[in-house]
Design a protein around this ligand. Sequence first.
Ligand code: MRU
Length: 353
Amino acid sequence: MPGRTVSCEPGDSVFFTDERLSIIDQTALPGATIILELSTPEDVVGAIRRLAVRGAMAIGVAGAYGVLLGALGAAGGNVEEIRRATGEAVSIISASRPTAVNLFWACRRMENALEEGAEDGPDTLTLRLRRRADEIAFDTIESNRQLVEAGQEVVGNGAGTLTHCNSGPLAAIRYGTAVGVLIEAHRRKKGIHVYVDETRPLLQGARLTAWELGREGVPYTLITDSTAAQVMRRGSVDLVITGADRIAANGDTANKIGTYALAVLAGEHGIPFYIAAPDSTVDLECADGSRIVIEERNADEVRTCAGRATAPPDSPVYNPAFDVTPAKYISGIITERGVLRRPYVESLRRSRG
Ligand code: MRU
């Protein structure tokens, strides 16, 4: 597998150059690859809210650079002004999406840099924040590189696999998590096949995962979400693997809406169900899944599809972006530290050391 371990760079879904944050606009894919340049924390908040940058790890790294943009916006000011602008950036960025813990993990690390730089002058403080954001990007990429390696243990030769939403390089800056594991299995010539759930309402599976697998030459079949049970029953799926937005201390896992249903279906058919996510997605302060805040999104995402009305415009809608899969359905959690097994309340804590 590729050995690049530097911080983010052009070609990654999020990268920082010349005091601007560049992101691949994930709303434009697969039709067009558009790079958006963001220069203020407000730009970053807007991009996160409308899912131009999305996926737990990508929003964590974008959030960290968004905080840095706050500090850079006060360049030329005194240290108090830089601190105030950075703090304001942290508060608006942490309010942009509530479920993925990586965003809060990244913002907390940026705040820690502010605390560690209590004696810094303006230039040193700004440099410290820049270095911390680069470290967050580096750690994200490196943890994904390692978990993609660890995940090979669960993917056998010729495996039929199924995934949901998008947890590839777009969602995680470079290697990806669940989709990264599958891409690497293909590169190792394991002869796998991937069933890709389209992932209504916003079609991250159809638009993004299918695009990423196609670019890599990974054999895949796109299915509607409701086809998953059928492909399991006919014996086409040996394992299900998805990413995660937050993993509670007991292993309950929030991920894209529909993941819970897949895990129950996998259990019913005796198919192992894996989560792949770095340690930064594990929230040990959150005891179980009932405490994870689930984002609810705009009703029009459900009343329309690809910009066309598909329901009466006044239809009442319930549109949670995520659901929580109880730990009992999860066969293993793949992190950069290996494949963790039940009871997760012990293995997650122990793996952090
Ligand atoms: O609403 P999204 O598209 O940001 O949801 C993303 C997911 O649910 C992914 O599966 C998760 O963030 C893992 S990405 C490495």
